[in-house]
Design a protein. Sequence first.
Length: 405
Amino acid sequence: MSSVLGRLAYGELMVLFFIQAAGMAIWMVPLGGILDSSGRHSLTAWAFATTALASFVSPLLFGAMADRHIHPARLLRGLATSSAFFMTLVGWSLHRHLASGWILALIQCFSLTYAPMFSISTTLVLARLENAPRDFGGVRALATLGWMSGSLLVGLLNLDRSPTTEFLGAAIWLVMAAFTFLLPDWEMPSAFEHLNWKERLGLDALVLFRNRDIRLVFVTTTLFNIPLAAFYPYAPVHLHALGLSNSGAWMSLAQVSELAAMFSLGWLMTRLNFKVIMLCGLALGILRFALSSFNTPVGLVLGISLHGASYVLVLMTGTVYLNQKVDPAWRTRAQSLLALLNNGAGNLVGYLSAGFWMGTCSHSAGVNWSFFWGLEAVMAAAASVAFLILGRSSRRPSVHPSAMA
C-alpha cells in the first residue's frame, strides 16, 4: 500500500478519517437526546431526515467542484468551516429557544455542508488503494475509532442531552479545517469531471440493475437502511428512559463490534462469497433489534453492541463488492447510485417512518419500546427475505456490468 499512497499520505488520510468521524459522532449520537431534552421531540425524525435530503444534493455539489478543478483539501476546508458555522447556529438556536421552524432550517443548512464530506474522503481513498477489498478496512477503521472517541467525549463531558454539544462539534470541524492545510494538493478523481446531473446522481447507472448480483446489493442495502435509520435518533432516548446516563459512552459500544468486523472484512472477502457475509450481517441486524425490543438495560446494550458488526457486514461489504466488480468506467456512478439509494432514499424513508412509528408507540405513560423495536426487527427480517429471494435468482448467469456501457 505504501507504494500507492506513500506512508505520509496514508497516515494523513487516516487522521482525516478520524477527525471527520469524531465530528460526525458528536453531531449524530446525542442529537435525538438533545432535541428530546429541549422539548423538541417532535422534530427528531425531521432533523435526521435533513441528512437524507442533503444526500440528494451532495453528488451534484461534488461534481460541480470537480469540474472546476478545486482541490479536495480546499473543498473539505470550506465544507468543514461552513459546518462549524451552522453547527454553532444550531446550538445557539436551541439555547435561545427559537421557533422549531428556524431550528429545523438551520439543521438543514448544516446537513448540506456536512453530508458531502465523508463521501469525498471515501472516494479519494478508494481511488488511491491498490487493493480496496484488502486495504480499505484498515483505513476505514480509523473512522470507527474517531466515531468512538467523539461519542466517548460527549459522554465524559456529560453533554449527551445538552445543546452545548453543538459548540463542541463546531470546534472539531474547525480542527478538521485547519488539518486540511497539511494535506497535499490531490486532484479530484478524473471520473468525477464533466458528468451531467444524471451521471452525478448515478441515475444512468440504473442500467446496472440488469446484473443480478449488483441488483441484490442495491436492493438489500436500501431496504436494510430503513430500519437501521431508527438507531441514532431513538436508541439514546431509550437509554435515558431506562436510567442509563452517558448515552454517548453506551452508544460507542456499537463501534467496538464495528472495529472487529472492519478489521476482519478483508480476510472474509477473500475467503467467503459476499452473499454469505451479507446474510450474516442481516441476521445480526434482526437479532440486535429483537434484543432491544426486550426493553431491558441488558437487551438494549447488547443490541447496541451488535449494531456496528451488522452495519459493516451488510453495507460496507456491499460498497467494497460494488467497487470491485463494476467496470472501472462505471464505478463512480455506481457508488453515487448506491449512496443515493442508501443515504438518500433508504434513510429518508427510515427516519420518517421511525418518527411516525414512535408517535404511534408513545402514550401518556411513556413509549412502548417493545413495539417500537419489534417493528424494526420485522423490517430487518423483510430485508433478509428480499435478499434470500433475490439471491436465489442471482445464481443464474448474469450480464457483467462492463457489457452495459
